[in-house]
Design a protein around this ligand. Sequence first.
Ligand SMILES: Nc1ncnc2c1ncn2[C@@H]1O[C@H](COP(=O)(O)OP(=O)(O)O)[C@@H](O)[C@H]1O
Ligand SMILES: [Mg+2]
Length: 308
Amino acid sequence: MMTRQYDEVRAVDGVDFTVSAGELVAYLGPNGAGKSTTIKMMTGVLVPTRGILEVNGAVPWRDRERNGMHIGVVFGQRSQLWWDLPLIDSLAMLGKLYRLPDATYRRNLDRLVELLDVTPFLYQPVRQLSLGQRMRGDLAAAMLHEPDILYLDEPTIGLDAVAKVRMRDFVAEMNRDNGTTVVLTTHDLVDVETLCNRVILIDSGRVLYDGKLSDLKARYAPHRILVAQLAADPVPAGNRAEALRAGIPGEVVSDEDGVLKIRFEAARVSAQEVIAAVNDHCVVADLSIVEPDLEDVVRTLYGDREVV
Ligand SMILES: Nc1ncnc2c1ncn2[C@@H]1O[C@H](COP(=O)(O)OP(=O)(O)O)[C@@H](O)[C@H]1O
Ligand SMILES: [Mg+2]
């Protein structure tokens, strides 16, 4: 008899959060952290071993059909559409599946087709579509029945910049105008910065952070960078660095080609103080303060591991 060894992987372990209606939440973590597993449990395709999960007052995997009427799902890695059928046929079949009255189907289809600019490829088989077109088709399919909740698992993966912007605009509009609740997993932190106020960060199946994006930045990326464009060069760069090091409440990150970059802690010193100190040593032509972005936060939290 053959025996097999299994390693138990706890894909999700003690994850606890509540999402209110109308929220737009980013669910982030490094590759393998358990994001897709969580989304699959929330959509009802995976059954957790233990724990409590309710969506709209029901248990998703016990009442998959009813849950399905209230949610839309897009997995960026895998289309939910029928590959060999023209997009319009997939949408028509979904309209039947959701038992949409004809007038509702027409109205929603027309609106989505326009918003997502789907007309040029509505009658093409899905397998012939570009990735960006396919994703728009998937979004139309996910929103056809006006779900309360939209789950997006890496919806911008592989898209070019224009397609990403279109996708973000659409999600923002659904959230704003329809009040759609959105749970978004993405490797593109620009998606998060443009769309989400709230961020849930997980790692190894556990929640590391749940709160406002702005608070997350304040906590994990408390520094700012002052970038000073220098007009004249009274002190040679090397000496200037020495002089500055002694006199300013910050750290000289670089001093090259007439551009000086100084890093300081926003909570400990004001930008005015740093600027005043720089002015004592250099003639400044132009100044700007660079805020940290989510990328900096994530690097602090996860090191070099890729966030997907
Ligand atoms: N079908 C599966 N069988 C075994 N392990 C799995 C399966 N799906 C996911 N896992 C494991 O569960 C963990 C979480 O995976 P996943 O939820 O896909 O992570 P993420 O979406 O955050 O990248 C990983 O360690 C992954 O290898
Ligand atoms: Mg995943």
